[in-house]
Design a protein around this ligand. Structure first.
Ligand SMILES: Cc1cc2nc3c(=O)[nH]c(=O)nc-3n(C[C@H](O)[C@H](O)[C@H](O)COP(=O)(O)OP(=O)(O)OC[C@H]3O[C@@H](n4cnc5c(N)ncnc54)[C@H](O)[C@@H]3O)c2cc1C
Length: 461
């Protein structure tokens, strides 16, 4: 008998799930996918680089078009929003936005891959002309059209997370004077403040005016409703264009209305096969779910494309009767601002405290290549390890080209619950163009192991 699968949301998680299920099960599954937008399987991650001018055509950010999915056998309904899920009856109510027609579609299995909604603060003037989000390709196109048409000279980016920082750099590269406003003490709060300070400095180094500890309270407009300035507790900042980078929340209103349980952060929770807890025929993945942090043991909302694609693959395998699991995350992420690469994995100090760990930290500065090798640059590694046991808890890296991807060694060590002492013995590659003879991760691990031994010595009678 053919299994009928309905997928809601046709980007990373949804279409990975659909394609994988079809690849394995073939004619044994019939897949109907609904997408309320106009694009499928595209890289939102590339939007800042498109705005900066590194990528000329938005089509280059699209991995698979609606037609390509249809040719592969998926019954894809574009510009069609699912408005209701009836779990008891096993069907969804969909609304074709172009035709203005509503209809129902039944399912044996349902995949919820509705992504996230960007935070848009309910502040006066937030809907002014010239205030943009950068969540979708359409958002990117609208911003680019405005940059071409209005030729703004001054931009304010609200939010200093990785999207805010990447967008600030993109606007600087287009010749716009940029101010970033964030209510936190440093940009990039995914790092500890001491490491965020290096990001702050790098942003200032390319001419970005960074206002930290500053809350936005509203947006002032001119007579034509166009943005004129961003209002903060410390005064107004003139702006011809504003980009909002305030993070996202799981898009789960549909799931909640269907009676599905949500976690503390508003995301769906699943078992390791990505089945919604307590509902065998409902699967969920991507930015609409919370995931288990394997270091802290706590659920978190970690809206990243890398997870969404893995979730989709796992859902697809399991829908097709094969078997795959997504055990959780260790919290790895990477970004850059100008020449400065920024990476993190595991817990920050505040996460470690919240999770109840006693810990030591070390911070080392090292080169990206052998000291004598042309082009070697500085990088800083901060390592956090559990006191007494020496278990690795987290690593943060900021530095020049060649720094950031070293985080993958740390992520692998975290995944395997290694101690910093064990890391010191890792067989990492060395040749002068790539690394000092002691890789910066090994240097940090050696110092962390010494700090852990010291905590043992302090405890001995
Ligand atoms: C500017 C930017 C930069 C980023 N950079 C990175 C990066 O460098 N690295 C990284 O790992 N991640 C990055 N991300 C995050 C990454 O893009 C997301 O995590 C990923 O797209 C999530 O995929 P998803 O399938 O869960 O959700 P989405 O991509 O949001 O897709 C969900 C889809 O569901 C549709 N939908 C929602 N509700 C309905 C409904 N009721 N009916 C029909 N359709 C519906 C939406 O229209 C949407 O197309 C970035 C994101 C942005 C915005």
């Amino acid at each position: 008998m053919t299994e009928r699968i309905v997928v809601i949301g046709a980007d990373a998680a949804g279409m990975s799930a659909a394609s994988q299920a079809l690849r394995i099960a073939g004619d044994a599954v019939q897949i109907v996918a609904f997408e309320r937008g106009g694009h499928t399987s595209y890289s939102a991650c590339g939007i800042p680089y498109w705005v900066a001018g590194d990528i000329d055509e938005p089509e280059r950010l699209i991995a698979r078009s609606p037609d390509a999915h249809r040719r592969n056998g998926i019954d894809l309904r574009m510009r069609t929003a699912v408005e209701e899920i009836d779990l008891q009856a096993g069907r969804v109510a969909a609304h074709d936005l172009a035709a203005g027609r509503s209809y129902r579609e039944s399912f044996d299995s349902l995949v919820i891959a509705t992504g996230a909604v960007p935070v848009r603060p309910p502040l006066p003037g937030v809907d002014a002309v010239g205030v943009f989000g950068v969540q979708t390709l359409d958002d990117g196109a609208a911003l680019l059209a405005d940059l071409d048409r209005a030729q703004p000279r001054r931009a304010v980016v609200v939010g200093g997370g990785y999207i805010g920082v990447e967008m600030a750099e993109a606007l600087v590269r287009r010749g716009v004077a940029v101010t970033v406003v964030d209510q936190a003490a440093q940009p990039m709060t995914t790092l500890d403040p001491d490491m965020g300070a290096a990001v702050h400095q790098a942003m200032q180094g390319i001419g970005i005016d960074v206002h930290t500890d500053t809350a936005v309270t509203g947006f002032e407009t001119s007579g034509d409703r166009r943005i004129r300035s961003v209002v903060t507790a410390d005064g107004s900042i003139p702006a011809d264009v504003v980009v909002l980078g305030l993070g996202v929340r799981p898009n789960t209103a549909l799931a909640r209305n269907a009676g599905l349980p949500l976690g503390d952060q508003g995301g769906l929770r699943t078992n390791v096969q990505m089945q919604v807890l307590g509902y065998d025929c409902v699967w969920a993945g991507g930015d609409c779910v919370e995931v288990l942090n394997l270091v802290s043991g706590q659920y978190q909302h970690v809206p990243l494309g890398t997870h969404a694609n893995k979730h989709g693959r796992v859902i697809g395998h399991n829908l097709a009767g094969s078997y795959a699991t997504f055990p959780g995350v260790v919290g790895t992420a990477v970004s850059k601002v100008c020449h400065l690469e920024i990476a993190r994995t595991g817990l920050r100090e505040r996460d470690a405290r919240r999770a109840g760990f006693a810990y030591v930290t070390v911070t080392v500065r090292s080169g990206t290549k052998a000291a004598y090798f042309p082009g070697t640059r500085q990088m800083t590694v901060k390592m956090i390890a559990e006191r007494c046991t020496g278990r690795l808890l987290g690593v943060q890296i900021v530095g020049s080209e060649g720094s950031a991807k070293r985080i993958d060694t740390a992520a692998t060590a975290l995944w395997n619950r290694m101690t910093v002492e064990e890391i010191t013995a890792l067989d990492l590659a060395y040749a002068p163009p790539f690394s000092p003879v002691w890789d910066p991760i090994l240097v940090a691990a050696r110092q962390a192991a010494a700090a852990v031994r010291q905590t043992g010595a302090d405890r001995s009678p």
